[in-house]
Design a protein around this ligand. Sequence first.
Ligand code: NAD
Length: 369
Amino acid sequence: MASNRKVLVLPGDGIGPEVMRQVGRVAQWMDRKRIASFDLTEDLVGGAAYDAHGTPLADSTLKAAMAADAVLFGAVGGPKWDNLPFALKPERGLLRLRKEMELFANLRPAMVFEPLIGASTLRPEIVRDLDIMIVRELTGGVYFGEPRGIETLPDGTRRGFNTQVYTTPEIVRVGRVAFELAKKRRGKVTSVEKANVMESGVLWREEMQKLHDTEYREVELAHMYADNCAMQLVRNPKQFDVIVTDNLFGDLLSDCAAMLTGSLGMLPSASLGAADKSGRRKALYEPVHGSAPDIAGKDMANPLASMLSFAMMLRYSFDLGEEATLVERAVQNALKGGVRTSDIMQPGTARVSTTVMGDTLLHELEKLV
Ligand code: NAD
């Protein structure tokens, strides 16, 4: 089927191409079934792009990414490229994409699938039915703030410094993403900062409150200090719906929330840019895991994080919520049926390859439609 949904697929290195192959099979299945169709183009990124073009992201690839409605990204990196100069390292390809596409909002859901409840380090009753979304500001804050550096002081000791800085527009645009998500979920946003000890946190809190009061009164807004949030995430994570926070706290809290679900091979993510006049946002979807060189080429990788990233693309870039739910239910049913890749093996389940996990998903999708 012809389609005007332009998707650039960048499988990358290591297990990236292996897991993306399974996503491609599901996209083709949707097309065959006339459920949804996509105009898919594939290109190189990371070490693969370096080998072909001498750069981890060719300008032509960047141009294609800027023109696409969504980018589906696998993973980059591996020992083969570890000794390259910093600017040519595979990971620079991803960082350049994020920067040029101005992907300022990073969405990381933490969802617990019932069949994997035993994989969490927390008790089942704490994480059963957990479904939270962390929205992390991705392009500002202390990781980018100036001045920064390491200097030698007159007494010969050294001083390292970074600057935590946020402006109203930076706070408001990521806040809006969080409130819009909450409207489609359970209607609650928790804004997280350290307003007790940081001026940037005071500004963050005031701007979030103002945005809420002027545009999103129907959404419940709570404020929480970041240290308390870390504690609450492991004490009672189900109190949260959407958490919105800055780059530094988001980095820490999203990893913490992710591990409530137990496995790296199950974690999807989305990074969104600003909406243009037509409401279209630049967007990149990728699993949280890396290129896993230790298992690459062995048909062992878990493709579900990529599959769930694909589901996020359906929901957030193309407003195909039902189709996204279909993919998520197929994942749930495959797990219920007892198939597992090696990273999520449990007693009494069957170890399967990447390809067989893909086969099982297609089978479950067939059963659902
Ligand atoms: P990693 O996520 O690649 O692997 C960590 C461990 O988890 C490994 O034991 C791996 O086998 C396992 N694992 C990861 N994904 C899995 C999956 N889908 N199924 C089964 N097991 C899985 O992290 P790492 O080992 O720290 O990094 C390896 C390479 O990946 C490095 O070059 C690193 O720079 C790169 N990396 C890339 C990204 C990215 O592309 N976004 C993210 C993280 C790391």
